[in-house]
Design a protein around this ligand. Structure first.
Ligand code: SF4
Length: 260
């Protein structure tokens, strides 16, 4: 299948993977290749998933072979090169560093608070009606009740979506920062670690806004919500300190075509 020439290269590297809410689906190669997959092809327990993966891998190898030929690189040598013990040791050290970094630990504290908050499945409409009957929200009409229910459900989904995503991107940023430090010369290019930190910061800010909204509707969970907000605030500060250039990173599409 020929890729869409309007796709924005690399856009999927610094997005939040929330395709349902993304305005760039028509210009994203990842969306293009995954949106047409059947439920069997998306299920790692199913043979069709692995068949599809193997097919994609073969296609990628073909593209790389052609690129290698163009630049006079022996592709087979690259493909068959074994990882040395030293390289493996370094990889494990980086993993260990990222997994045990204080910011990563803070991310885990945060996701624990989210789990505590989300553990009781709530019927949002019921919740709003109950608060209305207790005179808490200052709303009365059915339309206002529906709009408020949508608002709660939206904020709830935001918390759910980002609760593990933030840690994943922070770990990637920390690993990337170590790799950048290994390079002998300072690169003039934008750093992947800053891009990963930037999308983590965006997710942190969106989660803060969501919890600030939920605070009004879940008075019985006030302690939990305030702790989550304070942890997010700390996460934001520490990430900004660790990655001072994160906000300056220009994400393909999102920061070049419109702001999101
Ligand atoms: S850029 Fe948008 S469509 Fe593509 S993977 Fe990210 S969220 Fe999904």
């Amino acid at each position: 299948m020929k890729p869409n020439k309007n796709n924005i290269p690399g856009i999927h590297n610094y997005c939040d993977r929330w395709c349902e809410r993304c305005t760039f689906t028509s210009r994203c190669a990842v969306f293009e290749s995954t949106s047409k997959l059947s439920s069997e092809q998306l299920d790692s327990e199913n043979k069709e998933f692995w068949d599809n993966l193997s097919f994609n891998f073969t296609e990628v190898v073909d593209v790389l072979k052609k690129a290698a030929e163009k630049y006079g690189i022996d592709f087979n040598e690259v493909l068959n090169k074994e990882t040395t013990e030293e390289e493996e040791k370094k990889r494990l050290e980086k993993d260990d560093y990222a997994k045990n970094h204080p910011i990563t630990k803070l991310c885990r504290e945060y996701s624990k608070l989210c789990r505590a908050f989300l553990k009781d499945q709530t019927d949002f409409t019921e919740k709003v009606r109950e608060l209305v009957s207790q005179g808490h929200l200052g709303i009365k009409s059915e339309e206002q009740i529906i709009l408020t229910t949508i608002e709660i459900s939206d904020a709830y989904e935001v918390v759910q979506w980002y609760m593990f995503f933030i840690e994943m991107k922070i770990q990637r940023a920390l690993r990337g920062k170590l790799e950048d430090a290994e390079e002998e010369e300072e690169s003039e290019f934008l750093k992947d670690s800053d891009g990963s930190a930037k999308i983590a910061l965006i997710a942190i800010e969106k989660s803060m806004a969501a919890f600030a909204k939920l605070h009004t509707y879940f008075p019985e969970q006030e302690d939990n919500i305030l702790q989550a907000l304070s942890t997010l605030q700390q996460l934001k500060r520490n990430t900004e300190t660790e990655f001072p250039n994160a906000y300056a990173f220009v994400r393909p599409g999102f920061d070049t075509i419109n702001k999101s």
